[in-house]
Ligand binder design. Sequence first.
Ligand code: SF4
Length: 481
Amino acid sequence: MSEKFSATLRIGDLNDYIAPSQGCVVSLKANSKSTSSSRIPKFNSEELEKFGGAVKKPAEAVEPVKISLKDCLACSGCITSAETVMLEKQSLDEFLSNLDKGKAVIVSVSPQCRASLAVHFGLSPLQVFKKLTTLFKSMGVKAIFDTSCSRDLTLIESCNEFITRYRHCHSTSNEKSKLSLPMISSACPGWICYAEKSLGSYILPYISSVKSPQQIIGSVIKRHICHSLYLRPEDIYHVTVMPCYDKKLEAVRDDFVFEVEPQGHKITEVDSVLTTGELLDLIQSKSIDFKSLDESPLDKLLTNIDEGGQLYGVTGSSGGYAETIFCYAAKVLFGKEITGPVEFKTIRNSDFKELTLEVEGKPVLKFALCYGFRNLQNVVRKIKAGKCEYQFLEIMACPSGCLNGGGQIKAKRGESAKDLIQSLESKYMENVLVANPFENPIIKALYAEWLDQPGSEKSKRLMHTEYHPVVKSMTSELQNW
Ligand code: SF4
């Protein structure tokens, strides 16, 4: 896909949106001792024979097998956890080494990461965000943004997609229209990876085509905002800080690479993903007293911060997809305005909840939150059998959702996992205003100046994606046999 760059953002004076650096408080350099292969033992041929390995003579040597993130099954067993060190382009070292390569480094921080650090340090999410801004700017990062902002764009596109699918499903009776519903959320790469590699073609048409907040902010930065910063997309190194390792898998998908004309540079929407735990490693390894760092002004260009200096966003610690789309559909399809928090009904366990809208005593909308592999496998079985009663499913691979992602900071000694989740859930929206994504002035400006409207041809081209069933090779089938 190629894209010409000519648009500029007219949101106002840039100085208001990119806060200046607060001066250098810490000095950080790439760790010269790379860890990228230190945990992988290397054996010579004699040692291999001792272990019973078949040693080939050089003349018979074949190309070594290379493993990349694209081979990952998101099983959390190898690459996504212990062998993360192998992922050269996705490590802390790689991030640090890019700080002085002449590119403008931009960091986008997720709200789940802020909540995790806030619980760990006993701060509010806003304090964490301001201290992270100080920290990153002292390292030479040009701007620090907020994925709650891009999540609002994801939610608006998802609302629009749901209405289109619902109307399509109810306007025709042909077999294809049945594939419109249920619509399944697409923001969890653990779920997407499982669907593509283990479920394949029957489930993929149900998955929303809207990109995740991580990829949307990457797309916005590299395709549009860069011009407001007087940068070319190839001059930006964009890093996200996320609650899970699976976001690294998402960032390296071919679907999220585009070409710029006329040079034909290949641009990656997100160049590197750090987990919250890796960010804490950075803080600790450099002996930074995080709690004592100054609190810098936030970069407003792509950050949900209002005039009074408060963060805002949707509730729902995994993105609020079910709730936001439910309220929108109730209004657009049935004229029902839902004010105040919606009531979820717990079904089997706390990771499976329902939302129902009744009109004249009859259920007209039925949505579900479905977290963790056990629950998602149950619901997927129902879809396959044509017995799914829901029109929308917010599916997340992790039990308890994104706040409990594998990349978050672990429970302290003596603290139970349940207690940690409760602390994270109450911290997540601490002093964060609940706001309707459709009212977000930054997103309104992006539509007005660039994307036209939700679901427009441009939105579909730049903010949506595709999924691909993975055909299993004979070798992998034999290995599983
Ligand atoms: S549910 Fe887990 S795997 Fe999925 S996006 Fe959230 S943290 Fe990542």
